[in-house]
Design a protein around this ligand. Sequence first.
Ligand SMILES: O=C(O)[C@H](O)[C@@H](O)[C@H](O)[C@H](O)COP(=O)(O)O
Length: 242
Amino acid sequence: MKLHIAKDSTQLSESLAAWMATYIADVLTTQDRFTLVLSGGSTPKQLYALLAATPYKELIHWEKVHFFWGDERAVPFEDERNNARMCFEALLDKVGVIRENIHVMRTDITPEESAAAYEQVLKSYFSDSETTFDLTLLGMGDDGHTLSLFPGMPVVHEESAWATSFFLPAQDMHRITLTAPVVNKSAAVVFLAAGAGKAETLRQVLQGDLDVDKYPSQIISPENGQLHWFVDEAAAAGLHTK
Ligand SMILES: O=C(O)[C@H](O)[C@@H](O)[C@H](O)[C@H](O)COP(=O)(O)O
């Protein structure tokens, strides 16, 4: 695991945008497409805004990027809480992407249908390959969840489905999410976490005992790929860095 610590959330987004531009360019020297999983939540908005502006807007070969989502809240696309909507507003509407390469988790059908449809999309891309996504971007909630893998929920241990859905009582909504096995086949996974509110959880996730039911982010560990944590100093405050 590689830990990248930035001074504040602005420098954090800047360092990840620069890292992504280099990584995407490197991968595209050996293949024609780049598969990218976007995360929802509030932290990546600043990153997406940077990627949508000069120089990254022009530098990255957006027309070769195929977009996926890590999880979705089962609310209409028009709803402010919809993760895909946030990503369109912050990034996809502003760069030269190809519409057919954008694969949202649908919320105009039932969550079960949506998860099944997503699994089909993923299988058409990846069923023949050892690796899935070139890059999966993830966030970590203050409670240690990632994707929609919430503490204490059976979905954390899903082993066969590539995408699944379930009802999240705490938020009174359904969620659609990728599962740990498909994310752990990514060529690279990057967690982005900022703010003092995540410091204690980050310490537990990275340096505490393994307890994936309590801290589901711990279950993310690419089998053959790279794992990066991009965090700011506030989030890293509890870590032993020596
Ligand atoms: O839909 C979601 O809620 C997410 O995709 C989720 O896994 C998110 O990444 C974390 O909750 C962190 O969110 P923040 O960046 O808002 O803390």
